[in-house]
Write a protein that binds this ligand. Structure first.
Ligand code: AMP
Ligand code: MG
Length: 294
């Protein structure tokens, strides 16, 4: 009898590779320039196949989200926080549209973080983050996050080095407290190449319906690419905890990015073993009452 093929550690009992395990950042030094941003780990097939797969996965995500929501409505405390980081054009918005867009909008809160407003600046860097956290039962999505305060802030010298250096530990403690309170923190770094960014910016400049997304400052920030990557590598390395790990998603191919993040979300929700809440009333008695009414 032929010996069954050896299973790699990222396969579950059905032999399906868990995308979470494939993309979860390994502990230790982070070398972002070593990551192939065009790679499609865990996916065999074409862009077309990925679109088909995504169509099948959408309803699964929607079902899990509804269970989470139902749990939150019946006293549960769990929630999901999907945190998206990446360079301009890396696809944070596209991920929200194509992945998060598959679920009931009533169960989702989306918050994007820009340069702090004067009011936000008067508080500590986590103030605006705390106010945007998902309520029980919700999927919260962060388009940029507390990580801007150890990345862009560091590269542009917006605070003293000793200030941003202290923030790694502050972020780790903060995220750990979220997890303790029932929030699954899913941190995705959408990793594109500098070359891919160039072609995405060019295509924005080439079509009237994309011009509004173009920001001349995006070209200036390309000059900061290497320091930003260095700051990202440090942030990912120092805040890659067991309770709130980072996922590095190769994002040059939009269809892979969507497929991968869809799977990560589904896998993280499945790990919650969400059950439909049991009614606190007698279903049959209620049915009889209803039938007896006119
Ligand atoms: P966008 O997401 O393209 O609308 O751009 C938002 C901009 O706000 C980006 O350039 C971010 O780097 C910047 N930003 C976000 N958070 C911070 C922060 N805490 N400090 C400084 N700049 C920030
Ligand atoms: Mg932008």
């Amino acid at each position: 009898m032929p010996k069954p093929a050896a299973k790699d550690s990222s396969e579950d009992e059905t032999g399906v590779t868990r995308v979470s395990d494939r993309l979860r950042l390994a502990p230790g030094p982070v070398r972002l320039q070593k990551v192939d941003t065009r790679a499609t780990p865990g996916f065999q097939g074409s862009k077309k196949d990925a679109a088909k797969a995504l169509q099948l996965l959408g309803p699964r995500l929607a079902d899990l989200q509804e269970r989470l929501f139902a749990e939150g409505r019946t006293g549960g405390s769990r929630s999901i926080l999907l945190l998206l980081q990446g360079m301009d054009t890396s696809g944070k918005g596209g991920t929200i549209r194509h992945v998060v867009g598959e679920v009931d909008p009533q169960g989702v809160t989306i918050r994007s973080f820009k340069a702090p407003t004067p009011e936000e600046r008067r508080h500590d860097f986590l103030w605006r983050i705390r106010r945007a956290l998902p309520a029980p039962g919700m999927i919260g999505v962060f388009d940029r996050s507390q990580y801007e305060d150890v990345v862009v802030v560091r590269v542009r010298n917006l605070v003293e080095p000793r200030t941003w250096r202290r923030r790694y530990a502050t972020i780790n403690r903060f995220e750990e407290s979220l997890v303790e309170k029932g929030t699954t923190v899913v941190k995705c770094f959408l990793h594109i190449s500098k070359h891919e960014q160039r072609s995405r910016l060019l295509s924005r400049l080439a079509s009237p319906d994309k011009l509004w997304k173009f920001n001349p400052g995006d070209i200036d920030s390309r000059a900061e690419w290497e320091p930003l990557m260095e700051a990202y590598a440090d942030a990912l390395e120092r805040c890659n905890t067991a309770t709130a790990p980072w996922y590095v998603v190769p994002a040059d191919r939009k269809w892979y990015r969507n497929w991968a993040i869809m799977n990560i979300l589904i896998e993280q929700l499945e790990a919650l073993h969400l059950e439909w809440p049991r009614p606190d009333f007698d279903v049959e008695a209620q049915r009889q009452r209803l039938l007896a009414s006119d």
